[in-house]
Design a protein around this ligand. Sequence first.
Ligand code: CP
Length: 311
Amino acid sequence: MSQLSTRHLIGIKFLKPEDIQLIFETADKFKEVLNRPIKKVPSLRDVTIANLFFENSTRTRISFELAEKRLSADVVNFSASSSSVKKGETLLDTVNNILAMKVDLVVMRHPAPGAHIFLSKHIDANIINAGDGTHEHPTQALLDAYSMREKLGDLRGKKIVIFGDILHSRVALSNIFCLNKLGAKVKVCGPPTLIPKYIHRIGAEVEYDVNKALAWCDVANVLRIQLERQDIKYFPSLREYSRSFGINKKLLDRVDKPIYIMHPGPINRGVELTSDVADSKQSIILQQVENGVAIRMAVLYLLAEKRSHNS
Ligand code: CP
């Protein structure tokens, strides 16, 4: 397979396992480029990309912009907080005005789940989802799985636990879809109030005991408690959450095998993860960030290639 089966990256749900393998193989090549003294290639010269961020971001936004610049694309950045969205402009009007300036690819983060699906029905540009509410964050799941693959090799049969606030997490959903497509075994661990009832149906088992979950897994992917998405109290206090479900050195010392610690960021230090774990040798959190650029270069390159074949 040399081309993606899809013209947008809206969710991992819509990718085939072969698409994911193609993205990984392409990312391997771009990772090699990123380790050269001159980190830039001309692959996306004459391609214009708009980064539309309707919600805050540090890692994803910088990572996409850097990936685009490494590929020599022309880049425009849009932030809702300083735009005419504040004057009441609709999503479609905003995007159509940007596209009128001849944009080829749109990278968008939006708080509304499904915003990208809506947009894909109305515009010609190829769309990449950089996070839509509690729905999906496909490039995060791809960079997570790519980082696991780098450490563990083929992910078939490997055991991954996703800890924390599963209910409000687009990262959890995209990770579960991605890891299942790659043949890994997935469990989630967190307070019952933060684990959706449908989780078994999408391919993840539940383990409420943190010690058992850590003893079982090869990788612990620890998620942030998303207080900004919680309209009611799901647990008594952050202190109580940390005592019951936070990952700390004492818990890891009880596990008699090496496991990798991951976190998509931003970290609530001392809540879901203590600093001695986040900054330990077991942690591959900054390697995830590094791999994010190669993965996003691969996605941008493959979608632009698909666009040029179809035009
Ligand atoms: N992991 C992630 O999406 O981080 P940002 O919100 O900083 O982009």
